[in-house]
Design a protein around this ligand. Sequence first.
Ligand SMILES: Cc1ncc(COP(=O)(O)O)c(C=O)c1O
Length: 323
Amino acid sequence: MVMDEPKNRGAAAKRAVKPASDSQTVTKTAAKPSIIYIDGKFLPESEAKVSVFDHGLLYGDGIFEGIRFYNGRVFRLEEHLDRLWDSGRSICLEMPMTRAEMTEALLETIRQNALRDGYIRLVVTRGVGNLGLNPAQCKRPSVIIIVATIALYSEEAYRHGLTVVTCATRRMGPASLNPAVKSLNYLNNVLARIEANLAGADEALMLNDAGNVAECTADNVFVIKHGQIFTPPITAGALRGITRSVVFEIAAELGINISETDITRHDVFIADECFLTGTAAEIIPVIKADGRVIGRGKPGPISLRMVARFREITQESGTPIVS
Ligand SMILES: Cc1ncc(COP(=O)(O)O)c(C=O)c1O
């Protein structure tokens, strides 16, 4: 396998990414107060409220998607809606609207906020019930759509790479709460994130109960060895990431071998390259894991090529916001 040379990042490099002060997320709603969709209404931020009896709040009972739009187009909208509907089916949450209605609500919320580039948080809660956890008490799920601008990492982080630590908190097993369901219950990930913060790392590597790498707190993990790309299978406890699937497409396009296989911490330590993928993080290289330098301690050529190609694809494709 021939290792690819880094590609000129061209227009993508010129893209304005607001630098984060540190590795923490910088999320802002639109510069002027944003308009938020709740159950058919478009409300100013200050009036966008949900009931304290909503089971999304009381029990984390609900599902969500994080979606990006670039250059006036929503990236991989159909895939996000597929996953949202799958999450709903899995937890017996019946969507209160059709897919067409959801699409229109989402596009209209972006239009109302007059943004061409940004991030959408699409939340479906179980709805208002009583203090008991029985979802049968909840008459109708609530749909919330928030549009924001987001810069998860600084441009420098994309150029120089992140550090990760393995955390003690294990990724939940599929028999308890399947990580394939993108539910509102993210405490498992939050606890891992706290460990990364306390260790001064950018992200936390989460293992499953077998001790294999599952994913990071909001990203899928990839390692590269001898020119081949490896990522844990979904059964290892990873979300079926939409950015992850784009990596498979780019690898095919570039003629790079990619496979799903169990990965241990050892595989990460001895990798030539490592990168993470997620809608918010996009594709970002990792250069250190648990104090071990990965490869040459700087983003490798395949990772950089992935970042560059991903940026091209996001600029070129998607569902138009204004048709
Ligand atoms: C736990 C987890 N893993 C992986 C991902 C990456 O998935 P995607 O690329 O679809 O955003 C996310 C983000 O959605 C996540 O929350």
